[in-house]
Write a protein that binds this ligand. Structure first.
Ligand SMILES: CC(C)(COP(=O)(O)OP(=O)(O)OC[C@H]1O[C@@H](n2cnc3c(N)ncnc32)[C@H](O)[C@@H]1OP(=O)(O)O)[C@@H](O)C(=O)NCCC(=O)NCCS
Length: 152
């Protein structure tokens, strides 16, 4: 399918209600609470973006930058695309944009995790150049996780 005509913009606390609504549509058991999303959006080391179709938010991504072993490392905490707008390149656009911002801020490596049964996420990450670097046993309530890394 052709990529949707979307714009990617900075997220903020004023988007909280909509982001929580999308988070609940995306995750059954592992959804962040509204309070957790608010905390992440307001965190000084977070990078958060929304994808808009006209004025309607249809996806978002939240990442965090850490200083570890004298290097800046990025971690993607969640990437969510509303079910009505999947498979249109929006997840890809959100990840590519946050990676660009990470690079501008000096981040060298980006990490993320996925459930081993989340086929959409696994394919998306592999397609964008992430590589499996670890297994996360019982990471989720009812599934193992996989740790991915990409050198930016
Ligand atoms: C994972 C997710 C973010 C993908 O978003 P998306 O906008 O649909 O992804 P894209 O359109 O950019 O897809 C890019 C590639 O990912 C893979 N992919 C995406 N959805 C897929 C699916 N349902 N099945 C298999 N592969 C899929 C494909 O390789 C796809 O490329 P293609 O369309 O050329 O084949 C979305 O399915 C989602 O929000 N899921 C629920 C939340 C979640 O699991 N987030 C990730 C864990 S934090």
């Amino acid at each position: 399918m052709e990529p949707a005509k979307i714009s990617i913009q900075d997220a903020s606390l004023r988007h909280l209600d909509r982001l929580y609504e999308i988070e609940q549509k995306c995750f059954k058991t592992e959804a962040f609470t509204k309070r957790q999303i608010a905390h992440l959006l307001a965190h000084p080391n977070s990078v958060s973006l929304v994808a808009k179709d006209n004025h309607n938010i249809i996806g978002f991504i939240i990442g965090m930058i850490y200083y570890e072993k004298e290097k800046l490392t990025g971690r993607i905490l969640t990437v969510d695309v509303h079910p009505s707008h999947r498979r249109m390149g929006i997840g890809t656009a959100l990840l590519e944009q946050i990676e660009k911002i990470f690079v501008e801020k000096g981040v060298e490596n980006c990490y993320l995790e996925a459930r081993e049964d989340n086929v959409a996420a696994l394919n998306l990450y592999l397609k964008l150049g992430y590589r499996k670097v670890g297994s996360l046993k019982n990471y989720y309530k009812d599934a193992h996780g996989i740790l991915f890394k990409k050198c930016l």
